[in-house]
Design a protein around this ligand. Sequence first.
Ligand SMILES: Cc1cc2nc3c(=O)[nH]c(=O)nc-3n(C[C@H](O)[C@H](O)[C@H](O)COP(=O)(O)O)c2cc1C
Length: 212
Amino acid sequence: MEKEQKDQSGNFQLKADLEGNYLLNKGHKAEKNIGIFYAPSGGSVHKVARLIKQKLAGEQPDIFVISEITPFKLLDYRNLILVCSTLGRNTWEMEQKDPWSSFIPQMLRLRLEGRRVAIAGLGDHVSYPNNFVDGMGILAQTVEEIGGKLIGATETRDYVFNDSRALKEGRFIGLPLDEDYESDKTEGRIEQWLEKIRPEMSIELEEKRNRL
Ligand SMILES: Cc1cc2nc3c(=O)[nH]c(=O)nc-3n(C[C@H](O)[C@H](O)[C@H](O)COP(=O)(O)O)c2cc1C
């Protein structure tokens, strides 16, 4: 039997299905504009997440390291920017090493309809050319499974690699960054990417476009 639940803040209603999975009631409104969610903390991902926040200062985004929140926090935002790395295929299955590997199964209990999601993924194109930014692809697959709308695809022409799980229809599903071998390109890549996704993150602009 399904039952209605509230989270700790009492902000929204959840339902538990027969297996005890908590699902967001469709009526929950995302009240805030941009949330940046990243992991792990203390390395290149952390640095990039802070840089993205700095570049978006005008929009006053909130920023969270995912090891300190539950995935329900994602539901508060209309626009999500997720920042991850790739630490080898196995680590996505071995929960201790990368906080995203335990966060992703919890995300599968949510619905992200109506939210736009942009992903920045760190990798190393020299040491891992066959699995370049794979983690970004795995995260993107999860986002799509739970109804989020991916934005911020990037052309591959600026990157040298052999293969990646983050490719869809010939483009990266988000923004690849390589702090190990191309750190000089990071800031420019982020600026260009944000220029592209900024209009998409603006509900007001989209509503105006729809009215025309
Ligand atoms: C054990 C290990 C495995 C990695 N595997 C990959 C990989 O499969 N693909 C890739 O593009 N980068 C891979 N990388 C590179 C990292 O994603 C990259 O160094 C990233 O910037 C690390 O971010 P962090 O400092 O926040 O942990 C790997 C790094 C390590 C240490």
